[in-house]
Design a protein. Structure first.
Lengths: 308, 322, 336
């Protein structure tokens, strides 16, 4: 006797449930966009990036062109302002808006290059410190402790004092200063992952050290590193502006935000806009990035939610 | 007149339409009596006592027809007036002694705090009294423990400290919320014995919230069985154990492992306590009750006096036994 | 407790040597010929060059140079300023009280307001106040303080004329520096109105310097307080019939402070870095301004050992915070 073949109970329209999960990107975006501040920050940064990328076309004037007849012209909404210079001009008659847009270019460049310059060695050192906990690891960490003993801006000031002021040296100084936090974060993440079973499995499968480091472990440590990269991007902009303000960063007449503030100091009593606007731009950019960082942290790494 | 009288107590978390965690509870405790409240987790035992002590915070809402302690309506008291009663005349011992004591202060400080607050004792007098209290709860080397921090004590020792703290204000009513659940089995009996001795000696009322029916049988005079926020049976101790009238009481008793000796499997009541979304329209036990009838599913039974006890059931069991 | 302190002290020694190594390396990393750079001229006379190398000890092998350096440090010899010929240590000692006074005022401002705002925000979680505190503190955290200082000067000093623009005290007053702390010195002196003047000079710089620590402390206090308020011992405290303020401040805040204290310690570094900027804006005669001026004048002994001193200061403060942390948290203190 043959048992009757059971008729298919599943209607053909039913899809495998696992296929219904949103893609990782969509899931990330859902978590990120729940944080309204983060979305606002992202929108503002998109604007800044757009201005920076297309500065020559967006800016109404050449940032270094001096309009001798329009020294310290106030912004358009004040008495004496003109539509020719929407945000007014500085002490040499240069258009403030154009200089701010050009400055966005510089700030983003400094931020981006210093993050890349410290992220890569930071991750490498952190990986080595995590994978070799006997001698190499502790010595790397002691070195980082020493660097952390100095306040970051002070260390940057010291480095620039030695190397001399300038754009490149600013980037180098900021990159060195933000190195320790990447090393510590990577090491901590690596130490946590190394005890997991999937690492043991990869070892047993005969994975070599480079493969273990970069293919097996590193991708699982990325979440805190991405968050840290965002946060150090904002502090890079802040530190670069501080160095510029102290006269140790990018040198005038380059329109760097901090440098602009330094030269505007003398006009504090006569022309508030040359003082207020560059600083406001710094504040808003840094705030936008920090808001984004908060959103990223919530979306990528819920464990870190209560930290700081 | 009873020491504590509760009529139609409701506690909700959220707005007035939220499902009540405590649902129309009636309860009374006489001075010097031991009342046990039993029921599974989430049946509203602890919340009832928290409501009495004024420990329910927003969004929790308390309503009651009567919530009287020693003739005072607890709901009418201002915060300041309530705090004169709470911690003094009513005191509470909590479940997990390891987290119930503040890690930053010494044992002595935490006991003296009650003495200062409620009895006005200060300095040496307070310290002397705290020491006596520690001796009272049978803590060895009590002098040195006064300056110990909670993390230096074992669980049983911490619970003794918590008890000392609770009786420091000479309460008329002590509420012990599963005082032994978090402790080692060997310590549990000692702590229970201590509680019962203190109760006798001071003639205070004791409300014992517990899962442990064996403890109830040994210590309590009366017992209230709670299910899903309601009292389902309230009765005297030997009777309720011998002839349970409510199907849930019967099931609880059957679930004591000792009663299943020789049986292949432990007796259990299938299903779980109804949650916020699956609260039945009729008797709250109806989805799990082995004796369920048609009208149980439509109507909720009231808590009515039956042969031996107050029972919330249309078809109480064991009524023929005289 | 003593062994606890000794253990922490032991951890400091390697860090200290690391710092000396760093400052030692710093001066040798200057690109080009060190003597030429220091003298600020090219083609120094060879004989003078050799003398300078000899004087600076730069003609010996590196390990010997390092040993010389540490040896001198051990004797308390921090070299002398190229500009003033004054010993670096003395200059530091004269200027440090000004920075300390400013930093303490900033920390007081940040601590009091930050703790209060954080506690209230935690107690009124989700309220308008809570959102306000969180928003403002994020803005404070993102603040370029050198600009913030200029804005405050523009508003309070230039427009309203309430506070002086710069310095520690008006030149009218002749205050004898007994302690180095202007507030105390003015109180000790019999100059009328000097104390008020010193206070007015201090307010703006202290607010500017305290802004970032304030933001960090408020955020940290809030999150730590929220965590503590969920603890069982808070319920116990309330069941004892204690007043809400006693429950929150004695039982809650005491435990919530433990992580905040660590953050406090970490803020000291931020504070000293901020002092560089704040002192520059307000012409505050402290070590931050001293260091920046030394860098401008290529006064390398001051740069080198000034940085060393500041690093030691940070380490020391973190050490003290560690000890306080132990005092506040009995679980740490009794750890073996």
């Amino acid at each position: 006797m043959t048992s009757p073949i059971p008729k298919s109970v599943t209607p053909p329209s039913v899809v495998d449930q696992s296929l219904l999960y949103p893609s990782p990107y969509k899931e990330f975006w859902q978590a990120f966009s729940r944080n309204k501040g983060a979305v606002a920050g992202l929108a503002f940064m998109c604007l800044v990036v757009f201005c920076a990328l297309f500065a020559p076309w967006v800016a109404p004037h050449n940032p270094s062109e001096q309009y001798r007849d329009f020294l310290l012209t106030p912004p358009v909404w004040l008495e004496g302002g003109t539509w020719q210079f929407i945000l007014g001009t500085d002490e040499l008659g240069r258009d403030l808006l154009s200089r701010l847009i050009q400055g966005a270019r510089l700030s983003l460049l400094i931020g981006l290059s210093s993050v890349v310059m410290s992220l890569i060695p930071g991750i490498l050192l952190g990986l080595f410190a995590g994978f070799f906990p006997q001698i190499l690891g502790p010595s790397i960490m002691r070195l980082m402790d020493v660097m952390l003993a100095l306040p970051s801006l002070l260390l940057a000031v010291a480095i620039v004092a030695i190397l001399g002021p300038g754009l490149i040296n600013t980037v180098i100084a900021i990159a060195i200063v933000s190195l320790p936090s990447y090393v510590r974060l990577t090491r901590a993440a690596v130490m946590g992952e190394l005890n997991r079973d999937y690492v043991t499995a990869a070892r047993l499968a005969g994975a070599g050290l480079p493969r273990l480091m970069f293919v097996t472990v590193l991708p699982n440590c990325m979440a805190p590193l991405i968050v840290q990269a965002t946060l150090s991007f904002s502090s890079a902009i802040l530190d670069a502006a501080a160095l510029g303000f102290l006269g140790l960063g990018v040198q005038p007449p380059t329109p760097e935000w901090g440098t602009m503030l330094a030269s505007a100091r003398d006009y504090i009593e006569r022309a508030w806009w040359v003082v207020s606007l560059p600083g406001l731009t710094i504040l808003l950019s840094v705030l936008a990035i920090n808001l984004m960082g908060d959103g990223l942290r919530d979306a990528l790494d819920p464990k870190l939610k209560n930290a700081a | 007149m009873s020491l504590l009288q509760i009529n139609n107590l409701n506690v909700r978390f959220g707005d007035a339409n939220a499902v009540p965690v405590v649902d129309g509870l009636d309860l009374s405790v006489d001075a010097g009596e031991i009342l046990a409240i039993v029921g599974e987790s989430g049946s509203g035992k602890s919340v009832t006592m928290m409501a009495l002590m004024g420990l329910i915070e927003a969004p929790g809402r308390i309503t009651a027809d009567v919530l009287d302690f020693a003739g005072t309506n607890m709901l009418k008291l201002s915060g300041r007036q309530r705090r004169k009663v709470v911690g003094k005349d009513i005191a509470m011992v909590f479940q997990d002694p390891m987290t119930a004591l503040n890690p930053s202060y010494t044992v002595g400080y935490q006991i003296e705090e009650v003495l200062r607050q409620h009895l006005g004792l200060k300095g040496k007098a307070a310290r002397q009294r705290a020491l006596e209290l520690l001796k009272k709860v049978e803590i060895p080397a009590a002098e040195s423990r006064l300056d110990a921090y909670p993390h230096q004590l074992s669980g049983g020792m911490s619970q003794r400290v918590a008890i000392a703290m609770a009786i420091a204000g000479e309460p008329k009513l002590l509420i012990a919320d599963e005082p032994t659940t978090a402790l080692d089995v060997t310590i549990q009996a000692q702590i229970m014995e201590l509680l019962v001795n203190l109760q006798k000696e001071r003639n205070m009322a004791l409300i014992l919230i517990t899962h442990d029916l064996a403890v109830v049988a040994e210590t309590a005079k009366r017992v209230c069985v709670m299910y899903a926020g309601q009292a389902v049976e309230v009765g005297q101790v030997p009777e309720l154990f011998d002839v349970p009238a409510h199907p849930y009481s019967e099931a609880l008793l059957a679930a004591i492992p000792e009663h299943s000796i020789g049986a292949e499997r432990l007796a259990t009541l299938p299903g779980i306590v109804p949650g916020r979304y699956d609260r039945p329209q009729g008797c709250l036990l109806s989805p799990r009750c082995p004796y369920v009838q048609e009208n149980c599913r439509r109507q909720r039974p009231p808590l009515d006096p039956q042969a031996h006890s107050l029972v919330r059931c249309f078809y109480p069991l064991n009524q023929e036994v005289a | 407790m003593l062994s606890f302190i000794a253990r922490r002290l032991g951890l400091l020694i390697p860090t200290f040597f690391g710092i000396t190594l760093l400052t030692f390396a710093l001066i040798r990393l200057i690109p080009g010929d060190p003597v030429e750079v220091m003298m600020g001229e090219r083609r120094v006379d060879p004989e003078m060059h050799a003398q300078a190398m000899e004087r600076l000890g730069l003609n010996k092998p590196l390990p010997a140079q390092y040993l010389d350096y540490v040896g001198k440090l051990a004797q308390g010899d921090l070299g002398e300023s190229l500009r003033t010929r004054e010993s670096v240590w003395n200059e530091f000692l004269t200027l440090f009280p000004a920075t300390l006074e400013l930093a303490m005022a900033a920390l007081l401002f940040a601590g009091v307001i930050g703790l209060l705002a954080g506690v209230i925000a935690a107690l009124k979680r989700g309220s308008l106040f809570d959102h306000g505190v969180m928003g403002i503190s994020l803005a404070g955290y993102s603040m370029p303080i050198f600009w913030w200082g200029l804005i405050l000067i523009m508003f309070f000093s230039v427009s309203l004329g309430w506070t002086p623009v710069s310095g520690r005290i008006d030149l009218l007053y002749d205050i004898e520096p007994k302690t180095g702390f202007m507030l105390i010195d003015t109180l000790l002196s019999d100059e009328e109105g000097a104390f008020k003047d010193a206070l007015m000079h201090l307010i703006l710089p202290a607010i500017v310097l305290g802004t970032i620590p304030l933001a960090v402390i408020a955020r940290m206090t809030r999150s730590s307080m929220l965590e503590v308020l969920r603890e069982d011992y808070i319920r116990t405290a309330r069941a004892k019939g204690l007043s809400p303020s006693r429950v929150v401040f004695i039982h809650g805040l005491r435990n919530a402070l433990i992580p905040v204290l660590t953050v406090f310690g970490l803020q000291v570094g931020t504070l000293l870095a901020g002092a560089v900027l704040t002192e520059t804006i307000f012409s505050w005669p402290g070590i931050g301004k001293w260091l920046i001026e030394a860098i401008g004048a290529r006064d390398y002994p001051v740069v080198q050992n000034g940085i060393l001193l500041i690093a030691c200061l940070v380490i020391l403060v973190n050490f003290v915070v560690d000890i306080l942390y132990g005092l506040a948290n009995p679980r740490i203190r009794h750890q073996r």
